[in-house]
Design a protein around this ligand. Structure first.
Ligand SMILES: Nc1ncnc2c1ncn2[C@@H]1O[C@H](COP(=O)(O)OP(=O)(O)OP(=O)(O)O)[C@@H](O)[C@H]1O
Length: 255
């Protein structure tokens, strides 16, 4: 298993946002977490990526105990994420955004950056080459010098993923990657996510509201409701689970 969460709980004051959730991500898999609004999906994501410390429970990633470790250490171990709301450096170009993502991997320290010996220049050149390859992979090579804020919405999402890929992750967490997209953009993003696994051998964890996306590309789906995992299985198993139908219909009826 690439990731293994054991009985993870997160409380905010008296509110239990995530309760004793067991969860695994196999190598080279695409898994999704779904659930009604407020079910605890984002909180769980934030625990995995180190933004929140769990109140109790343990998380192992790629053979390391990462429970309570800060986000930058978790990124270095090979877990990277995108956010529900795009968080690019809006006034930097596409290329610069990807270079920032690579930064966690670069070796040159402050002294190297000031004196720029040949080894540092070589490292910079190879960083730019790699950034261009990543931009080509996500289909943005032609806009490498365009500032992020001038890219279309779909392209900004791709750029965010390219920046995440720049840190050489083994696991990529995508928080609602198709939010705000039209059906064509959504279909293109779905194909793109599949390619991340096929071409790069990544594992992917998705939070996604669009059921068509989830059901189309996930190997396994976990369902949260009021912070508890109420169902898990293949898309077909989950879709026909009465507890899942009840959670969605019940919540919709009171919404
Ligand atoms: N920082 C926080 N402080 C206090 N309560 C929080 C905090 N973050 C989340 N919560 C609460 O935890 C519960 C789970 O929220 P969370 O955002 O994880 O749900 P979600 O499934 O991601 O919802 P959505 O689909 O709307 O994004 C909610 O009741 C929310 O109000």
């Amino acid at each position: 298993m690439l990731l293994h969460a054991h009985k993870v709980t997160k409380e905010f004051g008296g509110l239990v946002a995530v309760r004793e959730v067991d969860f695994t991500i196999p190598e080279r898999s695409i898994v999704s977490i779904i659930g009604p609004n407020g079910a605890g999906k984002t909180t769980f994501f934030n625990i995995l990526t180190g933004l929140y410390k769990p109140t109790s429970g343990r998380i192992e990633f790629d053979g390391h105990d990462i429970t309570g470790k800060p986000p930058h250490e978790i990124v270095k171990l090979g877990m990277c994420r995108t956010f529900q709301n795009i968080r690019l450096f809006q006034n930097m170009t596409a290329l610069q955004n990807v270079l920032v993502g690579e930064h966690v991997r670069l070796k040159a320290g402050l002294i190297g950056a000031i004196f720029r010996p040949p080894s540092v220049i070589r490292e910079e050149e190879s960083a730019v080459r790699k950034a261009r390859e990543l931009l080509a992979f996500v289909g943005l090579r032609r806009v490498e010098d365009v500032t992020a804020k001038h890219l279309s919405y779909g392209d900004q999402r791709r750029l965010e993923i390219a920046r995440a890929l720049a840190s050489d992750p083994k696991l990529l967490l995508l928080d609602e990657p198709t939010a705000g997209m039209n059906p064509q953009e959504t279909a293109a993003m779905t194909r793109f996510i599949s390619r991340l696994r096929e071409d790069l051998g990544l594992s992917i964890l998705l939070i996604e509201h669009d059921m068509k996306v989830v059901m189309g590309i996930s190997d396994r789906v976990s369902v949260l409701d009021y912070g508890e995992k109420i169902s898990e299985g293949t898309p077909n198993e989950v879709r026909s689970d009465p507890r899942v139908i009840e959670a969605y219909l019940g919540r919709a009826a009171t919404a």
